[in-house]
Design a protein around this ligand. Structure first.
Ligand SMILES: Nc1nc2c(ncn2[C@@H]2O[C@H](COP(=O)(O)OP(=O)(O)OP(=O)(O)O)[C@@H](O)[C@H]2O)c(=O)[nH]1
Length: 401
């Protein structure tokens, strides 16, 4: 073969190689942009966003998303509208979900130090007389554990101290840990129902009174689901507070998740929820999450409206998960809310927010007992990734640290 031909072949091969490597690089990252698919899943597939003007598509990133450290992410406040976001924002990469509670345990330790340390100190006294048992009981009640679980725990500890003694600090620690874990109940199913069905997305509805952190929780949860490589769509059925839809869309934009919202203020929340589920089915996403307006549990009309939202959604798809968001700092008041909401919409999981700001970690046990519904997620701060799947053992370990 002439030398010229040989050079030509080598040059062509080099160009092909460079192009191949470059393409592979560009295709790395998330499996697909959310709401869009590289190939159609069925014959009726529509491109994302073609289902109606109400779907606010997230702004496309200007360049492939670099790994943005979540710690550098600007915090989203409740009044930060989408207009204030920089144009063509780059998508953020949410923090991994595994081990989040362990990562955030310092927050729990800080706020619930008195509970764990106090109990350990009391149980390690040389003599544990009636006064000490009274103090132990008081500590538990102050942490919002509730009367019945407190009696149960004190009863079990009394029995064990009588039989096993309380001289060895490690033994006291292990004994208390065992009894607390039993109360928090590791056997409850805390899995979030976010698995897509063969023909439709999983539907998650989020409910609760005003200001408990519903919108923030949906924003954080969208990040959790994106981190698990799920395609998510948000429905802004909180049409009561004008800024709520923008707040939700902003959370979505940050991780490339689209939001369905009303074009007009005060629209019917049930129809927004319906449209969101319709868009979710059309776009074949994995999960649709519906935000609802905060409402007091004693406002009958508003509670009826919540029931209606769920019924309307269920004309297209059953609601897989109804998450009741409770603010841990409101203590026993949360129990009343939980009861009424449960009667109206059959709550399937609790999200306990603001646990970073209260010493009343015992509310976890009280709520689960009252409702028979597990705490599935806990909010431990205002940061975008400060939401953790709840884990009974990790929680108790954090209390006793
Ligand atoms: N410290 C702390 N603050 C939180 C947490 N979760 C939410 N918040 C804050 O609680 C405030 C209210 O949050 P929102 O998400 O607007 O509450 P909402 O329930 O949607 O409010 P309405 O729509 O008015 O009912 C915001 O300032 C959040 O940053 C948490 O886990 N810890």
């Amino acid at each position: 073969m002439p030398t010229q031909d040989l050079f030509l072949i080598i040059a062509v091969a080099a160009v092909v190689l460079i192009l191949g490597v470059g393409t592979a690089f560009l295709l790395r990252g998330r499996k697909t942009p959310p709401g869009t698919y590289t190939s159609t899943r069925d014959a009726n597939d529509q491109p994302a966003g073609s289902g109606g003007t109400a779907v606010a598509e997230p702004e496309a990133p200007a360049a492939p998303a670099p790994a943005v450290e979540p710690a550098q992410a600007p915090p989203v406040g409740p009044d930060l509208g989408v207009e204030q976001l920089p144009e063509a924002a780059v998508l953020e990469v949410p923090a991994p979900v595994r081990g989040r509670l362990a990562r955030l345990r310092a927050r729990l330790v800080r706020s619930n130090n008195a509970l764990g340390k106090g109990l350990l100190a009391l149980l390690s006294r040389d003599t544990i007389d009636e006064d000490v048992w009274d103090e132990i009981e008081e500590t538990l009640l102050l942490a919002d554990l509730g009367t019945e679980p407190t009696q149960e725990l004190v009863g079990a500890l009394r029995e064990r101290v009588k039989v096993e003694g309380s001289r060895d600090p490690q033994h006291v620690h292990d004994m208390l840990r065992e009894e607390l874990v039993r109360l928090v109940d590791p056997s409850m199913d805390r899995e979030l129902a976010s698995q897509r069905h063969p023909d439709r997305p999983a539907i998650v509805m989020v409910v609760g009174v005003n200001g408990v952190g519903k919108t923030t929780t949906i924003g954080k949860l969208a990040r959790v689901l994106v981190a698990q490589d799920k395609d998510v769509l948000l429905g802004a059925a909180d049409t009561f507070r004008a800024a709520a839809a923008e707040q939700l869309a902003t959370w979505g934009d940050r991780v490339g998740v689209p939001t369905v919202k009303a074009d007009v203020d005060g629209a019917d929340p049930a129809s927004v929820a319906f449209e969101a589920v319709r868009a979710g089915i059309e776009q074949e996403v994995d999960v649709v999450m519906i935000d609802t307006a905060g409402r007091l549990q004693n406002k009958v009309g508003l509670m009826d409206e919540l029931g209606k939202i769920k019924r309307v959604v269920e004309k297209q798809a059953t609601v897989d998960e109804v998450l009741l968001v409770l603010d841990a700092t409101t203590g026993q008041n949360g129990l009343n809310q939980a009861k009424v909401f449960s009667e109206v919409v059959n709550v399937t999981g609790i999200v306990l927010t603001k646990l970073d700001g209260t010493a009343k970690g015992g509310i976890v046990v009280a709520i689960q007992r009252q409702l028979g519904v597990p705490v599935k997620l806990v909010g431990l701060g205002e940061g975008p990734d400060d939401l953790a799947p709840f884990d009974a053992e990790a929680f108790v370990d954090a209390l006793l640290d």
